[in-house]
Design a protein around this ligand. Structure first.
Ligand code: ADP
Length: 256
């Protein structure tokens, strides 16, 4: 059974909101007056052709890049525009897993997961390790906590990266094509872990993925992007079985 994903009393139902967000690189408009929101506890998947602006949205939420226009709100607070000090606080609510796992190569698996909770959140090392051990169990890597990233497969490294993101107890987990850099035989293990997290926790997920089966399984809502705009949005059974927009139909027939 999925856990109850209703927001706690007093928490806004809407965890992430983009209003009229425009992002340009040079004279190219990558996101064009984009509006959308994600409710707490929901799993939203962004699909669409390469270059349609999906990753840019995740990067905006991670404050790795800034919009040219518009407003971004997280958990009822403005992330953009906002003073730098507030941004640092709001960012703690957001975790991200990248295509390339970006683990610290010189640290053990355990240390990769405990480092930020200790240095950024101020947890004691014992508390951080206890949480890290729970998370390593969740991602099926309890045996590997003393290894360095290079001793693990790509799929295992990505599962460490997922545990590392969750260790910060984010309210929103951003997943950017997390299986794209993996050998095909390692993809299923990572997707299974994410399915499990989607089922067993109340975390809000925003995923960019080319894995349509996975998108269908975990999503409450699928957003189809084209040229920086959402051309169609709906539950997965609708988007994958009865797409209405011709760009959605073209995209799905190319990837399925
Ligand atoms: P998607 O995730 O849908 O493949 P992206 O958000 O990665 O699309 O990219 C959208 C467009 O923005 C692409 O044309 C890409 O080349 C361009 N782009 C992304 N980041 C940069 C950057 N830092 N500088 C210039 N162009 C960029």
């Amino acid at each position: 059974m999925p856990t109850d994903t209703r927001p706690a009393p007093g928490r806004p139902a809407e965890l992430v909101r983009l209003e009229q967000v425009t992002k340009r690189f040079g004279d190219r408009t990558v996101l064009d007056r984009l509006d959308f929101s994600v409710d707490a506890g929901r799993h939203v998947t962004l699909i669409g052709p390469s270059g349609s602006g999906k990753t840019t949205i995740l990067r905006l939420l991670m404050t790795l890049t800034e919009p040219d226009e518009g407003r971004i709100t997280v958990d009822g607070e403005l992330l953009f525009p906002a003073p730098e000090k507030r941004v640092r606080e709001i960012r703690k609510k957001i975790g991200m897993v990248f295509q390339q796992f970006n683990l610290f190569p010189n640290m053990t698996v355990l240390r990769n997961i405990t480092e930020a909770p200790v240095t950024v959140l101020g947890l004691s090392r014992d508390a951080a390790e206890e949480r890290a051990r729970e998370l390593l169990e969740l991602v099926g890597l309890s045996e590997h906590l003393d290894k360095r990233p290079a001793q693990l497969s790509g799929g295992q490294q990505q599962r460490v990266a997922i545990a590392r993101a969750l260790a910060m107890r984010p309210q929103v987990l951003l997943l950017d094509e997390v299986t794209s850099a993996l050998d095909p035989e390692l993809v299923a293990g990572v997707l299974d872990v994410l399915r499990d997290i989607a089922r067993s926790t109340d975390i809000t997920m925003l995923c960019v993925t080319h894995e349509m089966g996975f998108a269908r399984d975990i999503s409450d809502q699928v957003l189809m992007f084209d040229a920086g705009r959402v051309v169609e949005a709906g539950p997965p059974e609708k988007i994958f079985s009865e797409p209405e927009h011709h760009r959605t139909r073209e995209f799905l027939s190319a990837v399925l």
